[in-house]
Every structure is written in structure tokens, then in C-alpha cells.
Ligand binder design. Sequence first.
Ligand SMILES: O=C(O)CCC(=O)C(=O)O
Length: 292
Amino acid sequence: MLSEIQTSEFKDRGYLMLPGLVSEAVCKDLLAQLDQWVQESRSHQANYGFDTPNGKARFDLEKDHSATNPRLRRVANPVDISEVYQTLLFEGDLPKVVADLIGPNVFFHHCKLNNKFPGTGTRVEYHADHPFDPHTNDDGITVLLFLDDMDEGNGCARLVPGSHRERYTHFHDGKFTGSTDPALFDEFDGRADSLVGKAGDVCLMDIWTLHGGSSNQSLDRDRRMLIADYRAADAFAIMPPVVPSRFYRRIVAGEPTHVARLREGTMEILEPYPDDSFFGLQGQQAAGETVQ
Ligand SMILES: O=C(O)CCC(=O)C(=O)O
């Protein structure tokens, strides 16, 4: 599906935008499901939904969440509990465009929904995705599907072009913190592109590309995004997945293999971390938590 120009843009910049790849009707169905989860979150005071492969919470609530002001900021692996998400991620155009870049053989790794409500503080610090889930080789793509129109006003993601060829530690004082060194954030901000686009647009991102995103400072515009991770079938995990899906290693293009391809070089290996929230790992509180 991708042209040579698109493939070489991806290789050069570490990401590629595909405007309007997902239809309005599909986005509507995905959002209707998310709205239902937001409604259900009203009856919870802290992170919940522990029916996951590693027993960590599926539903992550922001600090100021309440029944009247629901703030469900993340759903881990919506695909595990919703057919609409399964159809989108396992069939059709998404696996095809990913296979054009890292195929022919590709497996689904995991996914999550990020929900930045208007006027809330949740932000994402600059990081790459591969250090969270190191594999024997680097052929992996993170798909970002916009479910709302996005720009800097409602906290769009920001990507550092070219950073997929660079390496930055995600450890501080010997501990994996899920973020690069805060002293570098200004430099990254100076280099970053804002991912401005419409609902239905897709960004294909290299798993080493640095990215982050500020909070949603608008007062009335949602910022909902589906994030899905795919890997080449001959990439094998060095650590158990951080956000395991019940569909982990499901083949979505080509054939499975039992032969791992290894790359040369070194890689930081994280210790499994106890926090059930990505945002908690990066230093932001969840609902029902007290500051240590
Ligand atoms: O939601 C965003 O703006 C960025 C998301 C992200 O990088 C993540 O959740 O890993």
C-alpha cells in the first residue's frame, strides 16, 4: 500500500503520516466503546480492571477523577475486551501498511487508548517505545490513530524526527523511569514536530523515535488516541511484555516463525516495574493515590 517515497520518508524521519486511513464510521464505533468505558469509570475511585494477563489495572484514572467528573486517562489493551478494536487492529489496512515497512511477517504486540480530557494535567514525557519492550531486533512500528482532530491546543503528540537513529537512556540513578533525561526536554522540544491532524489520520512511528505530548490545555476539545505496537515476527522479546495482551504475538501479516533474528549491539534492560500506570512510572499520580 505504501509508495517508495513514503517508505523512504519513514526511514529518514522515523515516522510517516497517513491522512484519513481509518474511516469516520470506524472511528465513531471506537469512540462509542470508549464513551461506554468512561461512563463505567464513574463508579470507581481508583485504578481498576485487574483481569489482565499480568494482573495490573486495565483502567487508569487521573488524580482528580470522580463520579461527577470522570477522568479515565488510559485503557490498556482495549482489544482484549472489544471486537471493534480487534477488527481494526487485526484485519484491513493497518496490518498492511505496517507489513509494508517491517514485513512480510508481523505480529501484534499490544495497544492502549490515551484519553487527554480538556483542561487536565496528564502529559507524556519524551521517550522511545523500544526500551519498554526490548526485543532481539528493532523492527517494530507504533501506530498512532487519531480519534479526534489534534493540534498543540489539545495536547497532540510531538515526535523528534531523526531520533530513531540516536539512543538515550531511560534509566535514572540505576532505575528505569520510562523517560529520557528531563535536562534534554528543551532540546527535544526545539527539534520536535507537532502531530497535527484530523480524526482518522494515522501516524506510523519507528519504535526508537522519541516522542511525548503536553497536556490538553483546551477547555472543550477531547484528545483521544489509540496506540498500537506491532513487531516483525522474527523479533522475540527479551523481557515479558510490559502491557501484555491476550492477543500477544498474534500474527496479523504473513507467517509465524520460531527463528529469532538478532541484531548486534547493546541494549538497556528494564527490571519489571510494580506501577500499574505508565503515567505513574513517569511521575504523575493516579486517582486514590497519596504522594510518597
Ligand atoms: O498521548 C500522547 O500524546 C503520547 C502517547 C505516548 O507516547 C504513550 O502513551 O506512550
